[in-house]
Design a protein around this ligand. Structure first.
Ligand code: ZN
Length: 62
């Protein structure tokens, strides 16, 4: 089971998806992605709150 975040859900016009086991890892990857791809230097509290609100849990399909 993994957590999934779609960049689009945060408000970017972007198809990128981030998967990780924890919210902290998601935020870490999102911060890097936002900086490298979207030129966002700082991830504000507002963005963090938005990210946390749109993280979904991916259920294993076995
Ligand atoms: Zn993106």
């Amino acid at each position: 089971m993994a957590k999934l975040l779609r960049c689009r859900d945060v408000g970017f016009d972007c198809e990128a998806e981030v998967r990780a086991d924890t919210d902290a890892e998601i935020l870490d990857q999102v911060a890097r992605h936002a900086r490298e791809v979207h030129g966002l230097e700082d991830v504000s509290d507002e963005v963090v709150a938005k990210v946390l609100s749109v993280i979904t849990t991916e259920h294993a399909t076995t």
